[in-house]
Design a protein. Sequence first.
Lengths: 406, 166
Amino acid sequence: MTDWIARHPDLVFAVVKIVLCLFLLLTAVAYLTWFERKLIAHIQSRWGPHRVGPHGLLQPLADGLKNLFKEDIIPSGVTSRFVYLLAPFLAVSLSLLAVAVIPFGPESVEIWGARTGLYIADINIGLLFVLAVTSLGVYAVALAGWSSNSKYSLLGGLRSTAQMVSYEIALTLSVIGVLLLAGTLSLREIVEAQSGHWSGVVPRWFIFPQFVAFLCFFISGVAETNRAPFDLPEAETELVAGFHTEYSSMKFAMFFMAEYSHMIVTSLVASLLFFGGWLSPFPATEFWSITRYLPVVLAAALGGVLLLDVLRQRHWWHRVIMAAVGLGLLAVAGLLATQATLLALAQGPFWLLGKTAVFLFVFVWTRATLPRFRYDQLMAFGWKFLVPLAVLNIVVTSFLVAWRAG
Amino acid sequence: MAAETVLFFVFGGLAVLGALNLILQRHPIHSALSLILVMASLAVLYLLLGAEFIAAVQVIVYAGAIMVLFVFVIMLLNAGEEERTSMSRAARYVGLPVAGLLLAEVSYLLYRAWPADTVVEADRFLGRTGPIGRLLFTDFVLPFELTSVLILIAVLGAVVLAKKEL
């Protein structure tokens, strides 16, 4: 067995990376629901979940268990049983698939003597792959709405299909400005094209020359995930729950998971395209090299805060959980501080995930702040404002690129 | 057998099965789904030939845009199952032999035109993004632009037909 592993290092690395990525993504999806409920609650001066575990930290587990053990109801009137069952699987698998081409770090890093990249697959058309997979996500919503054989589901599905098809155009057009500057479709090379600094201080991220494109991309990205203020497909005041009205238990949860992993993928792609992906914002000089210890400082500070929080917890098992998480974070900080290899390995993922977390915060923040669009406003905004803006950005960018090339 | 060959037979078979299912299904949505399966399998076949760009475009344009509109229209019209009718006498005695003859002719011509020893080689296939873009904007720039104008005219026509007062 060990012989076989030694002879196929690529295969072993690939399997390990796939398992690790899926595990991390699904955990992130679960805790994103906690993060969203907690953040919205605090924006609205409430506590949010706080019963299950310290600060409600075990709430995602409780929700998962609840969904697993709920009765799974298939309405007797479904138009097609096969399509009805296919839709949630399609939703969740397509939204998880996009993470396969996300690069979390530089092309090649050394792990225990072997070299590998911090991504599952580095393909030449990484960006097109992400766009293709997300464009297929429309089917899950459309088929769920159609097969439920309910007017609320059908209306939700129709609205959602029209919305996703419309905003996909603005999304794709807004990316072209970045492609013109980077000259490649590979996500890794797009990030590498953003390395370096203007006048030694400002990082060469595409957000500065492509600010308009970024606005277009992020707004259409929010619309693609069917979230507030673009959540017309599931407008609860008019459509009950939209396309997933007739779904119960785990099949409902799968649509939920699809939405949240779609949010994560959109945030990852936004940070890769416009914010330098895994690149550190600090210049690579001797003076700034101290910033490579930021992950250590952050993990240690968070661990310390959690250990202090132990004193505020009432239940003994809440104290145990908080102490365990705090000590775990301190241990991670210690490991990173002493092992130079691990510290180098953590740099890329640290910056990429940090930037992604900022976008996820913005996603939740907009949901807590903005009211829902009216349907005609939504369509007019997409077609008459975002699409022309993205086209204008392409024209200006290609003119500048041609002018600079002489 | 090499992995490529196995994948070719798996996805080639899926494409053929999907195409058969497309004709045999009675419900329009099931037919549309089978067509999507055919498109996706074709994309994998392009990928096996090394044509990454064409594979991605196949999925984005056909599966992601055109078929979405098909499904959308079927949903909007709430089309039900098709009636299955027995074949008419003309179809049975004239249609079937003629269809068979046409199939035989086409396969014979294809066989004559491409003998078995000339196959597309994966490495020399000009399916990568750069070469395709260069070809489109140099050798084929006129057909390319004419096609886009044609599509624009079709869009304008649809708008004029759909919107009564402009």
